[in-house]
Design a protein around this ligand. Structure first.
Ligand code: PLP
Length: 358
């Protein structure tokens, strides 16, 4: 028998850990409230489920690599040329292709922190240096970020509204950032929660028309209730979109995902109505938390941020005992997604009790 061989892997992997989804807690009564992943609490709309069922019949065929029907529907909706749009396997998938196309060893990716966990991971995969810039008042500190941008910076990531804090940046601060970042450096506006923010912040698509280095990321995972199908897209100037197409996996977006997203766009009015329900619940939960004495920033997403610091672990275990899954963000805080009214009430019951215990 030969001696075991030492595998040669990228040294970068020493800094990485495999993604581990958290365990799903179950209450004594058998219930689970899934408030950990910012999903829609509502199943896909009937018309969307019908499109999914119909698309199943063609699953023996590879999907349309160019996502032609979906791309043209998005283009018409946003009033941008179809060649400015790249559809991918979730907006995280399309962001991976973008970073692969733009960043490399010796360059930097600048982002606010805390924010979406995928940013440092995707930046490191490319070999670039991940440069986190701390939030200020739970909000992206755009002046500090623009001061950090240098000749090595290829990409600046702005999560608006920000996951996990729910805050938005002001239109003025964003305009200042865009005026200060050199035109050869991309500014990515991750608008995964755009629909929940209404007109409370800038619309990335308008900025895309004014600044050729703006890239907008949107997803069908949140407002459109299709997290399980993995479909999202970016909007960028034609040269950027063309570059991203070179780093995309062939057939990245499945046929069923394309059909579902297209059907969801066709019932946008219904999607908007469900977003309205989530927003009303978010505001109700936020008021209840404040009345109970929690200091929560105003959220513009489908989730709320509780900056509990070292108390985060204990709070998360108390939620788990009640079958309420929430997302712990280290020792910074806890993010709770908005669910159905019943799920939100189960969460609030734990939050009230925990407040009494403190
Ligand atoms: C959920 C989320 C996404 C969307 O990811 P998908 O890959 O489209 O499911 C992107 N960015 C942020 C900040 C998110 O929270």
């Amino acid at each position: 028998m030969s001696a075991p061989t030492q595998l040669r892997l990228r040294s970068l992997l020493d800094q990485l850990t495999a993604y581990r989804p958290p365990a799903v807690p179950v209450a004594a009564d058998g219930s689970t409230s899934r408030l950990a992943a910012n999903e829609s609490p509502y199943p896909p709309l009937p018309a969307v489920q019908a499109a999914i069922a119909e698309a199943a019949a063609n699953a023996n065929r590879y999907p349309d690599h160019d996502c032609v029907a979906l791309t043209s529907a998005i283009a018409a909706r946003l009033n941008v040329p179809p060649d400015h749009i790249v559809v991918g396997a979730g907006s995280a998938g399309v962001l991976q292709s973008l970073i692969t196309a733009v960043a490399e060893p010796g360059t930097e990716v600048v982002y606010g922190w805390r924010s979406f966990d995928a940013y440092p991971v995707l930046a490191r995969w490319s070999g670039a240096v991940a440069v986190p810039v701390p939030l200020r008042d739970a909000t992206f500190d755009l002046p500090a970020m623009s001061a950090r941008v240098g000749s090595l910076t290829r990409l600046v990531l702005v999560c608006n509204p920000n996951n996990p804090t729910g805050t938005v940046v002001s239109r003025g601060a964003l305009a200042n950032l865009l005026d200060r970042v050199p035109p050869d450096c991309l500014v990515v506006l991750d608008e995964a929660y755009h629909e929940f923010a209404g007109d409370q912040t800038a619309d990335g698509i308008e900025l895309h028309h004014r600044y050729p280095n703006v890239v907008v990321l949107r997803t069908f995972s949140k407002a459109h209730a299709l997290a399980g199908l993995r479909v999202g897209y970016l909007v960028a100037g034609e040269p950027v979109a063309a570059a991203v197409r070179k780093t995309q996996l062939p057939f990245a977006v499945g046929h069923i995902a394309q059909a579902a997203a297209l059907a969801a766009l066709r019932v946008q009015g219904e999607v908007d109505r469900l977003v309205g329900l989530v927003v009303a619940e978010r505001d109700r939960v936020e008021r209840a938390l404040r009345r109970a004495g929690y200091d929560v920033p105003g959220s513009h997403g489908n989730f709320i941020w509780l900056p509990l610091g070292p108390g985060s672990a204990r709070f998360v275990s108390a939620c788990a005992e009640a079958g309420v899954a929430v997302h712990r963000v280290g020792d910074d805080g806890v993010r709770v997604s908005i669910g159905t009214p019943l799920e939100n009430d189960r969460f609030l019951a734990v939050a009230h009790y925990q407040r009494g215990e403190q």
